[in-house]
Design a binder for this molecule. Structure first.
Ligand SMILES: NC(=O)c1ccc[n+]([C@@H]2O[C@H](COP(=O)([O-])OP(=O)(O)OC[C@H]3O[C@@H](n4cnc5c(N)ncnc54)[C@H](O)[C@@H]3O)[C@@H](O)[C@H]2O)c1
Ligand SMILES: [Fe+2]
Length: 381
């Protein structure tokens, strides 16, 4: 089978990039925007950075903000109703993965109403029509949902997060402006940044990885490794680097998939509402150790990209350990805890079965089992 690469039609990068939203809206002839953003972003005046531009240009819009972190089926269904009522013809998604993913699901269902139950979109959904056009504006440097063909929705009733993979949901325009991320507090910068690193490392080692995605992932690991500590300290170089690094990771993993650090993080998000990046950061070094034997020389390149000196002189055992240690050290330095106190022994069976059923699991370089997943979860207790 041929390898496929899908990216945005257009993307803008760098401080001040949000001013391009106006020209994009005008050149596409859009009439009214449905602005999807979450309540905190509205409260902290992040969303207004964009709506002020629309106001100034007299561009019509309506705001939808019934979106929680780890967004739910309900958030999507209410959004579909609100979109129809608004009479909008495109979406501006402003936020982290939660706002962008909700926007994608809304845009898909408006164009493909037979999927209005949302659950039927899990996995590779056979939608017929491209979603409503989306201009995506990330405010976290992590998920890269602005350039991926995935979105993740939480099924509260069944305590599951499910991944939907659908080329029809790709935002037509991504506006990656580090100024939109500058208001992130330290903890959020750290956790979303570790999500991006998890994308880059899992994407680099996933079963379907190939030269072109390796190119994206190894560059992303290098940029994120150099930038995350600075971003947490709110330096301009750090913020600029993370905005770019997380996007480049998205250019890769969206096209090849991830692995079980993500399967396990989705499960922890659904059961304990653990922020996605925190869950990824906890699982990543543990999963890297587990996968090492199925990754050939790749950990040597990961260690090199993370700035470890002397990797060419190291034995396989040494460079594999060096790569895992560098990841663990970065996570520690940015203040992410290694243990999840909410995790309980009696939940392990459900967690492991749920992670096994996750769409990211088959891409893991090492074939796994419910029993192995249980042991891996036990390591963060
Ligand atoms: N689509 C994909 O490919 C993909 C990839 C990875 C993760 N995800 C999903 O994305 C979600 C997580 O997204 P996220 O980590 O970006 O966080 P988020 O969107 O859930 O936001 C978390 C919190 O941070 C706040 N916030 C966001 N930007 C801010 C800013 N600039 N200043 C101050 N506060 C800000 C939000 O208001 C919210 O309260 C999860 O549901 C995850 O499963 C999707
Ligand atoms: Fe992620």
């Amino acid at each position: 089978m041929a390898n496929r690469i899908m990216l945005n039609q257009t993307s803008y990068h760098g401080a001040g990039a949000i001013s391009e939203i106006v020209s994009e809206a005008k050149s596409h002839g859009f009439k009214k925007a449905f602005v999807c953003s979450d309540p905190d972003l509205i409260k902290f005046n992040v969303t207004t950075k964009v709506t002020e531009l629309l106001d100034k240009e007299g561009l019509a819009y309506e705001v939808y903000s019934d979106i929680k972190a780890n967004p739910t089926i309900e958030n999507v269904q209410h959004g579909v109703q609100a979109y129809k009522k608004a009479g909008a013809d495109y979406i501006i998604a402003i936020g982290g993965g939660s706002s962008m993913d909700t926007s994608k699901a809304i845009g898909i269902i408006v164009a493909n109403p037979e999927f209005e139950d949302v659950r039927s979109l899990e996995g590779v959904a056979p939608t017929k029509n491209p979603c409503v056009p989306i201009i995506a504006v990330p405010t976290t440097a992590g998920t890269a949902a602005e350039v991926t063909i995935n979105y993740v929705i939480t099924d509260v009733e069944r305590k599951r997060k499910f991944v939907c993979v659908d080329p029809h949901d790709m935002p037509i325009v991504a506006v990656v402006d580090p100024d939109m991320m500058a208001s992130m507090p330290k903890g959020l910068t750290a956790s979303t940044g570790m999500d991006a690193l998890t994308h880059a490392i899992e994407g680099y080692t996933t079963k379907a990885a190939w030269e072109m995605t390796d190119m994206f992932h190894i560059k992303a690991i290098e940029i994120i490794g150099k930038s995350l500590r600075g971003a947490v300290a709110n330096t301009k170089e750090g913020r600029d680097g993370m905005a770019l690094g997380q996007y480049i990771a998205g250019m890769g993993f969206s096209n090849v998939g991830l692995g079980i650090a993500h399967s396990m993080a989705h499960t922890l998000g659904a059961v304990y509402d653990t922020p996605h990046g925190v869950a990824c950061a906890m699982m990543l070094p543990i999963v890297m150790e587990y996968n090492a034997s199925c990754t050939g020389e790749k950990y040597r390149e990961i260690a090199r990209a993370l700035g470890v000196a002397g990797v060419d002189a190291m034995s396989q055992e040494e460079y594999r350990k060096a790569a895992v240690d560098a990841v663990r050290k970065l996570s520690e330095d940015v203040g992410i805890p290694a243990k999840l106190t909410a995790l309980k022994e009696e939940d392990l069976q459900f967690l492991a079965e749920s992670a096994y059923a996750d769409a990211c699991r088959p891409g893991n370089p090492k074939d796994t089992s419910v029993e192995d997943l249980k042991e891996l979860f036990r390591k963060v207790m």
